[in-house]
Write a protein that binds this ligand. Structure first.
Ligand code: PEP
Ligand code: MG
Length: 532
């Protein structure tokens, strides 16, 4: 039996299940030399691997037309010649030849004028991976195929991994990397999956199938527990399920404080499925729709039609209110089909509204889709990462331009759509009153606000204990924002993780917060705390 103590909870809850270790494939090409007599063998291996990849893509393209471009690229002459040439003249082994050629071809695509062709760079890289996986005979684990209860343990999990997981079978998540506000933590909370992140060395201690007990609220993990410990965890799990049932009694009640203030309880989501899952929780709306997931789980920038369909569905599912945040990419969130230039400080770099304002076509596509969907419910637009009033004015002007276009095209939208902003940078706090004159509403993003106020990276496990949203400086910032909002009659919400933390509720109520938006799994608990 091994016991591990973890300092911070990513998503609370108890779980008991066998370990499922998720290993990333190492696709570094092997470096074995190729003698003259072995050249043909390497060439033959390439042809064999190519056939296998083509067959795989053929199958995929029948299920999804997106893969048609992959097929054409995999069969392309340049790729073929590049690999064979490197094997024959460069005496490279097949893996090195593929890696080098793919890099070269990807670069060519990346430099193309045409935007569609430029985006094919990601397809080339994906094909390269498929070739190498086959060459190295690696079996890639597919999180989508998990069909028995497990606790997933991984070095790290990216949004593209977590979307594949079925919450019915994934009973818990443990990762070596990541912090409590990393996206794996947020996703785990949305689905009510117990999770612990930043657990250094866990993979070394585990084997596939090892029994794990975890109590994420306490930050405890036990590997191969003794009989008595296992019983204790089983009891705890039963109690938790009982509490979850009991707490449902509060669901039908309005979130009224003992003083009689009506608090709005909303959810944070990354897709419409998460809205569907939370509809029985008596919510007042979606306080944060993280649209970046729509971009991240795609092979291309989603088109206006694709986005419109999603936002419209959200508006119709949740007629009370859906707050759609414009693209918040960059920082720790990348796109598989767009290469961001490496940055020394990505969280201080080209992200969120900065990208939208610098890429007006991209911004316009999203705003048009949001506006069109606003005809089907109560949608609000929210801009992330604001540091100057000019940015807000510019973003609002862009919305007005899109409205004008839609009017000319005789397409309906909500002309009175509210435009608000995330309060998550120190600049937005210091300029809160100026912003309050321009923004229709505020939503405090404590995940970023904490990292920027304290200068503590939200994803760095080494300093996780310093990442503290209860720090007096962060609380002071929250107070400043709420006061400024109140002064100008703006509704002030919070959609950072702090809003879903029952320990923070009394303080946030005291400061006068109007709306709490959180992962769906926390709504019942926060409601009970508010009612008191
Ligand atoms: C935040 O920063 O608090 C927030 C809600 O946004 P995200 O976690 O997506 O950066
Ligand atoms: Mg943020």
């Amino acid at each position: 039996m091994t016991e591990i103590k973890v300092e911070k909870t990513a998503s609370r809850g108890t779980a008991i299940a066998p370990a499922y270790i998720y290993r990333e494939a190492d696709l570094t090409p092997d470096t074995y030399p190729v003698e003259e007599s072995k050249i043909q063998q390497e060439e033959a291996q390439f042809q064999e691997v190519k056939q296998a990849v083509m067959a795989e893509l053929e199958q995929l393209s029948q299920e999804n037309p997106i893969f048609a471009a992959h097929l054409a690229i995999a069969d392309d002459y340049t790729l073929q010649e590049g690999v064979i040439g490197r094997i024959k003249s460069g005496k490279k082994n097949v893996q090195q030849a593929i890696a080098e050629t793919v890099e070269e071809v990807a670069e060519i695509f990346g430099q193309m004028e045409d935007e569609y062709m430029r985006e094919r760079k990601a397809d080339v890289l994906d094909i390269g991976k498929r070739f190498l996986i086959k060459c190295k005979k690696i079996t890639v684990q597919d999180l989508a195929s998990i069909s028995e209860p497990v606790i997933v343990a991984a070095r790290d999990l990216f949004p593209s991994d977590t979307v594949k997981m079925n919450p019915q079978f994934v009973k818990g998540i443990i990762t070596e990397e990541g912090g409590v506000t990393s996206h794996v933590s947020i996703m785990a909370k949305n689905y009510g999956i117990p999770a612990l992140t930043g657990v250094t060395g866990i993979l070394e201690k585990l084997q596939d199938g090892s029994t794990i007990c975890m109590d994420a609220a306490e930050g405890r993990i036990v590997i191969e527990p003794e009989e008595g410990v296992l019983e204790e965890y089983k009891k705890r799990l039963q109690e938790e399920l009982k509490e979850q049932e009991e707490i449902k009694k509060y669901r039908s009640m309005a979130a009224l404080t003992p003083e009689g203030k009506r608090i709005f309880l909303c959810i944070n989501v990354g897709n419409t499925d998460e809205i569907k899952l939370a509809l029985d929780k008596n919510i007042d709306g979606v306080g944060l729709f993280r649209t970046e997931f729509l971009y991240m789980e795609n092979t291309h920038f989603p088109t206006e039609e694709e986005q419109f369909a999603v936002y419209k569905e959200a508006a119709m599912l949740c007629p009370q209110e859906v707050t759609i945040r414009t693209l918040d990419i960059g920082g720790d969130k990348s796109l598989p089909y767009y290469e961001f230039e490496p940055e020394e400080n990505p969280f201080l770099g080209w992200r969120a509204i900065r990208i939208s304002l610098d890429m007006p076509d991209l911004f316009r596509t999203q705003l048009r889709a949001i506006l069109r969907a606003s005809a089907f419910g109560h949608i609000r637009i929210m801009f992330p990462m604001m540091i100057s009033v000019e940015e807000l004015v510019q973003a609002k002007e862009m919305v007005e331009k899109c409205k004008e276009e839609l009017r000319k095209e005789q397409i309906s939208f909500d002309d009175k759509i509210e435009m608000g902003m995330m309060m998550e940078t120190p600049a937005s706090v210091l300029l809160a009153e100026e912003f309050a004159k321009e923004a229709d509403f505020f939503s405090i993003g404590t995940n970023d606000l904490t990292q920027y106020i304290l200068a503590v990276d939200r994803g760095n496990k080494k300093i996780a204990s310093r990442y503290d949203s209860f720090h007096p400086a962060v609380l002071k910032a929250i107070e400043t924002i709420i006061c400024a909002g109140q002064k100008y009659g703006r509704k002030v919400g919070m959609c950072g993780e702090l809003a879903g933390d029952v320990k923070a509720v009394p303080k946030l109520l005291e400061l006068g917060l109007d709306e709490f938006s959180m992962s769906a799994g926390n709504v019942d608990y926060v409601r009970r705390t508010i009612i008191g």
